[in-house]
Design a protein around this ligand. Sequence first.
Ligand code: TPP
Ligand code: SF4
Ligand code: MG
Length: 286
Amino acid sequence: MNTAKELESFAQNTWCPGCGNFAILTTIKKVLVNLKDQGLDLNKVALVSGIGCHAKIVDYVNVNSFYSIHGRVPPPMTGIKLANPDLVVIGHAGDGDAYGEGIEHLIFSAKRNINMTFFVHNNRVYGLTTGQFTPTSPPGFKGRSTPGGSPEDPLNPIELMISAGATFVGRGYSAKPKHLMALFEAAINHKGFSFVDVLQPCFTFFNTYDYYNERVYEISQKDHDAADRAAAFEKAREWGYGAGERIPIGIFYQAEKPTYEEKLLAGRVPVQSTPGDIRPVLEKHI
Ligand SMILES: Cc1ncc(C[n+]2csc(CCOP(=O)(O)OP(=O)(O)O)c2C)c(N)n1
Ligand code: SF4
Ligand SMILES: [Mg+2]
């Protein structure tokens, strides 16, 4: 039996004390260990990240990983999955990364329903570059690039992903680790494009712990039918970043649909990755 400790890497952790990323790191490690105990070969896991504070997570988990570029987490994930459909491909992106710079990639991954899992560390700020506003920052947000307050309304990633075609759409909160673990595990086990937006306070540039602690509540599966798309939209609209609202966390939407690779690769042999010289593989398939 593995323990989460065995997934530790030699990299030195440089996150700020109090950062919500710590809980996400512990969660993903515990979930991978759980899945291993259920039969998953950890050599078949590929973690992919963007650029930002969140992205360092791939350095801190000792499995196969790929550190990509800002906003471009879905393209390498897609390539890895199509070349090796038996791999479990998990992406970690930032809110600036997923909802700003690379939003088109995210939308098309959801639309295609590729069987992979996408976790967004949504701290509602550009953390690594010291506190600029992102597409999920609240109106009036004062940061380095908006000293007078942001004039923009935030986008709602949950609503966006349901409408784009994701077949698993959830929201977690890094300060609710037990709930987050169950959510991560359900997302990874789901067949199709799984998306989880994680409320992840940035202790240094946007400390939202008190705000979330007052408002976050867990969706009860008794009161919410996640198979009902209209109900999922309604639940997604409960929180619009205004005052006094409650913030639902849990599974908003889940549906069964054929995956992109099932349709694309039907009757074909995928390009299996081969260590060493890639030229013969390219020549054969392009
Ligand atoms: C293509 C590209 N654009 C911009 C940058 C500069 N950059 C690096 S990290 C970052 C912000 C990251 O914010 P977010 O994605 O929210 O991640 P966080 O640091 O908050 O985890 C930016 C703008 C970059 N490295 N590459
Ligand atoms: S800047 Fe914010 S997101 Fe980045 S490590 Fe520090 S607390 Fe975490
Ligand atoms: Mg961010």
